[in-house]
Design a binder for this molecule. Sequence first.
Ligand SMILES: [Zn+2]
Length: 245
Amino acid sequence: MLSPLETGIYAGLGVAAVAGLAVGGYAYASLWPASRIFGRPLTAPRRLGELALTFDDGPNATWTPRLLEALARHDVRATFFMLGSRAAEQPELVRQIAAAGHTIGLHTWSHPKLSHCSAACIREEITRSCTAIEQILGTQVRFFRPPFGARRPAVFRIAREMGLEVVLWDAMTSDWSDQNPDRIVAHLARKIDCIGQRGRAAIVVLHDGGHLDPAANRAPSVAAADLLVARYKATHRFVTLDAWL
Ligand SMILES: [Zn+2]
């Protein structure tokens, strides 16, 4: 027989375990790129040999033009997930990216963690960035990537209402903090090759800006993009996300 104290302790542990599982489950559902629990993002098709390069947190006056040069040198197009606040400051650069044949998507106005935002805040972040970028481009934007990949069901619902496809990723590494382009490429290549062995295409993420610091050094990310394209150019086709709609 358990004493009342022991019964209380075990009951408390049970509640703590359930609460722990609930917190862990929510974190998985809202943050894990492969989770489909809160909604279905655009996924890379079962098609070997295709890569969609994507760049987040720009446009950036220093690094985006260098990235555009590298992509042009390889004759490769990519998808840019822009912050509305940065795009509004640099409309010419936004138009230059689109004119080079790249696809432009949204990454909110100010980069909040949308899993922690009210529905009104989510709508404001998406609408404000969407309006700003569409006014600059004069065309409709189709893709939206939530910052940190953080989402909850309202993110999918509001994005869908606005005609936006939610996009996460298959291959990411910490290029925002790693100063070594070769190491960035090695980490991404391991993931890309692993996905390729399963016969799938892949969405790859690098960063051409810094959401906290516009002066953040993105030279390693730009160099990594250059090296990554050089590594896969002979065996893979680089596509923008429009190809997978
Ligand atoms: Zn971001």
